[in-house]
Design a protein around this ligand. Structure first.
Ligand SMILES: *Cc1c(COP(=O)(O)O)cnc(C)c1O
Length: 374
C-alpha cells in the first residue's frame, strides 16, 4: 500500500535517539533548547517553544494571546478539527470563515464578514502547505486590533516571498505527527518574535510553573511557583533529538515534495476531470498534501475506492469542521455556512506525496488516476 503520506526515519535519527536514551535527561533536558533554537533559526524568528503535539501548540498559542470565555476566534472551515477545538478548550467560540475555491485557503473577505466586537484572533491555515494571503489577513488584524495566528501544521518549509512560514503571524504553530513535514512521533512547536508570548507558552506547557525542573536543578533550589493554570504539554528529550535530526533534512525533503508535485502537475496538465488546486503567485509551497479536484462527489468516491483496491491510499482533507456532529449538536452549526468549503469537500482527494516516494510510484499513481476518471 502506498499511503498518502509517511515519515522517513534514517540511521542518524535512530542514533540521535539512542544517545539521549543513554544520557541523564530523558525529558526537559538539553535537547529541548537545542531543538527550539535550531527550529527558530531555520525559520528566522527569535523564539520557538516545543510542545507535545500540534494541538497543544494551538492551545498554548490561543491561551498566551489571552483568548478566553466569550471570545470569538475566526478559523477556516477547511482544516483539521484541532484548529477550532483549541478555541473551545478555552471557552471561546470558533467562527468559521469560508475558503477560496481554487486554493482551499481562508478567504480574507469571508474573514472580514465574521468579525464582531467579540473577535480576538484570526487563524490562518496554510492548507496543503501553501501560505495564505498574509498581507490581507495582517491588514484585517491590524485594522480591528486582532491577533493573527498561523496554524502552519502543513507548511513547515514553505515561504511567502522571501519570508518563511512561521514568521508571518504573531504566533505560528507546527505539528510533528508522522505524516507532517518532519516528525517526532507526536510533537509540536509554536514560533513567535514576542518574548512575552514565548514565556507564557513555556509556562503553559509546564503546569503554569515559572521554572522547569532542569532550571531548578541547575540553580540548586527546590522552590517554584505555579503562577497560572497550565498543562503537561512538554516534549521529551528523546523526541527533541529526533526532531533535530529530522530538521537537518527538511530542505531536501521539501525540494523532493515540490519535484513530486511538478510531476503530478505535468501528468494532469490540461485535463478538466482532474484539476490540482491552484498554486499562488510568489509563494513557495511545502506540499504536505497534493490535492486534486474531481468532477463531483461520485467521481471522488469511485476514485478513492478504486485507488484503494490497487494499493494506493488517497485521503480526503477535510470535512468542513462545522459539519462534524459535535459542532452541529453542541455549537448549532449547520450546512450552508461556508459554501466553497462544502463544494470543495465533495470534490477533493489528497494523492500520495512524501519524500521517499519514487518517480515510478508517482507516475503509476497519476496514470491510475487518469485511467479511472476517463
Ligand atoms: C496535524 C494538524 C494539527 C494537529 O496536530 P497534532 O500534532 O496531530 O496535534 C492541527 N492543525 C492542522 C492543520 C493539522 O494538519
Amino acid at each position: 500500500m502506498i499511503p498518502y503520506g509517511r515519515q522517513q526515519i534514517d540511521d542518524e535519527d535512530v542514533q540521535a535517539v539512542l544517545e539521549v536514551l543513554h544520557s541523564d535527561w530523558l525529558t526537559t533536558g538539553p535537547m529541548v533548547a537545542r531543538f527550539e533554537q535550531a527550529f527558530a533559526s531555520s525559520i528566522g524568528v527569535s523564539e520557538a517553544v516545543a510542545v507535545n503535539s500540534g494541538t497543544a501548540a494551538l492551545h498554548a498559542a490561543y491561551a498566551a494571546l489571552g483568548i478566553t470565555t466569550g471570545d470569538e476566534v475566526i478559523v477556516p472551515a477547511l482544516t483539521f478539527a484541532a484548529t477550532a477545538n483549541a478555541a473551545v478548550y478555552l471557552g471561546a467560540k470558533p467562527m468559521f470563515a469560508d475558503v477560496d475555491l481554487h486554493t482551499g485557503l481562508i478567504d480574507p473577505e469571508s474573514v472580514a464578514s465574521r468579525i464582531t466586537v467579540r473577535t480576538k484572533a484570526i487563524v490562518a491555515v496554510d492548507y496543503a502547505g501553501q501560505p495564505c494571503n498574509y498581507a490581507a489577513l495582517r491588514a484585517l488584524a491590524d485594522r480591528y486590533d486582532l491577533a493573527l495566528v498561523a496554524d502552519a501544521c502543513h507548511a513547515l518549509g514553505a515561504q511567502n516571498g522571501k519570508r518563511s512560514v512561521g514568521s508571518l503571524a504573531d504566533i505560528s504553530t507546527f505539528s510533528f505527527h508522522p505524516v507532517k513535514p518532519i516528525t517526532t512521533a507526536e510533537g509540536g512547536m509554536a514560533t513567535t518574535d514576542n518574548p512575552d508570548l514565548a514565556k507564557r507558552m513555556r509556562r503553559f506547557r509546564n503546569h503554569g510553573i515559572d521554572t522547569d525542573h532542569r532550571e531548578r536543578a541547575t540553580k540548586g533550589t527546590w522552590a517554584y511557583e505555579m503562577v497560572d493554570l497550565g498543562f503537561n504539554y512538554r516534549l521529551s528529550d528523546l523526541q527533541c533529538a529526533l526532531g533535530l535530526a529530522q530538521l537537518s533534512r527538511l530542505a531536501a525533503w521539501t525540494a523532493r515534495r515540490q519535484e513530486i508535485a511538478q510531476r503530478y502537475d505535468a501528468e494532469f496538465f490540461g485535463l478538466s476531470s482532474v484539476r490540482p488546486l491552484r498554486h499562488r503567485e510568489g509563494v513557495t509551497h511545502a506540499y504536505h498534501l497534493y490535492v486534486v479536484r474531481l468532477a463531483g462527489e461520485n467521481m471522488r468516491s469511485t476514485l478513492f475506492y478504486k485507488l484503494r483496491a490497487s494499493g494506493i491510499g488517497a485521503n480526503v482533507h477535510y470535512l468542513p469542521v462545522y459539519l462534524h456532529p459535535y459542532y452541529q449538536h453542541v455549537h448549532g452549526t449547520q450546512p450552508g455556512l461556508c459554501p466553497n468549503a462544502e463544494e470543495l469537500y465533495r470534490q477533493i482527494l489528497s494523492l500520495p506525496i512524501f519524500p521517499a516516494m519514487s518517480n515510478t510510484d508517482v507516475e503509476m499513481v497519476a496514470r491510475q488516476v487518469v485511467e479511472i476518471v476517463h
